[in-house]
Design a protein around this ligand. Sequence first.
Ligand code: BES
Ligand code: ZN
Length: 456
Amino acid sequence: MRSVFDYLKAQNTRFIRDLCDYVSIPSVSAQPSHASDMQRAAEWIRDHARGIGLEADLHVTPGNPIMVARTPRKAGKGRPHYLVYGHYDVQPPEPFELWKTPPFEPTQRGRSLFGRGASDNKGQHVAHLNAVEAYLKTGTELPCDLTFLIEGEEEIGSNHLAAFLKAKKKELKCDGVVISDTGIPSLKQPALTCALRGIVAFELKVLGPNRDLHSGLFGGSVDNPAMVLCQLLAQLRDDVGHITIPGFYDEVVDLTPTERRGLARLPFDAKKEAKFLGVPKLMGEKGFTALEQRGTRPTLEINGLTSGYQGAGSKTIIPSWASAKVTCRLVPDQKPEVVRKRILKHLSDICPATVKLQITPAHGGEPYLVSPDSNQAKAALRALRIAFGHEPVLLREGGSIPIVNDFKRILGVDTLLLGLALPDDNAHSPNEKFDLDCFAKGMKMGALLWQELGSI
Ligand code: BES
Ligand code: ZN
């Protein structure tokens, strides 16, 4: 292993350069104008995988290509097989004006590499590829067979990956999945994430008059879609974040006292957090700590709200329509389809007769919960402990990676969530960055992981 670690150290500057190359491709899956960049990013990661000695190909889907890369197999050796999952797509970078340096011109400042996708998720899966490169280039035997599965639609719901898993079930048969696409509280608290929230997304459109109207001539007699939308949305939640949709919490599983104690052990300072986020005060459902609210309670969020005139000055109109993009985070045992039905029914029940309501369902994914007591989890904890030099913590995280449930359902395996993102990495925000010490520790953890998983 010495030569693997030496290689990782010696190649560090080049690894950062390569990551900059990758981050400079604007692979924004949500925006159709970036279709050719999706292809470019897929080809970049395929060529990179080939360059380090993997057998790599792109698989065409009705959406973005899926990159599959395999480490060289040793004939006659029944080694454990793990899938390493990541995504080359990134979230939209807007608003551009808030970036200190342009999102797709990766820039190093101190120990941080700034750029959209640096942390979520390009830097994190490249760390794993670098670890494997170190094995292959130093002629060190990899104790496991690995298949990298890097897709381009994670940020829009992984719409085509489940079908791919089904079609390639035989080749992808494995002992487990490893994903670095979650977070750690700090470099001194490496983490194994045991739970992710699920998600259900939809768009709401309130349709009013067949054109924008003069608000003086018509106001008061024709309903205002923007106002109706606000009133509808405002009725879905009380002022501390408790969702008021009938049946919304029906399937929510209460935390056990042990789980609560575990979460309470993680350091969290509400005042510091509020300052860091620039809010006067945190909010939250009564009876739950902030970490419980984030990791173990469902939410309903407005992600985007559009209506009426947005240009300079004022325009006195009743807008013809108003729309909102909404997502709910879900927790065990909520099911996206069941929750969606309840929300839609409730909205139709409370919508006034003066407007029409159009609801367009979008993506969804179930919540995930896995035991930290398995042999694989223990092996991962050992790798984290050695690589970071600190005792790892167990997390329940608020974000979603919908495909982990498909790995379980289709391939029958659990996922080890071994994230490398720091809380101030600005995922989905302007000035996203990846910490280069996390990058280096992540490569080391990746290298150690195959030793630990190979010997259980
Ligand atoms: N890397 C995140 C998920 C994440 C981040 C989980 C931090 C836990 C902690 C992932 O890329 C992501 O953002 N997923 C989307 C999925 C959605 C669009 C279906 C999310 O959570 O919003
Ligand atoms: Zn993300």
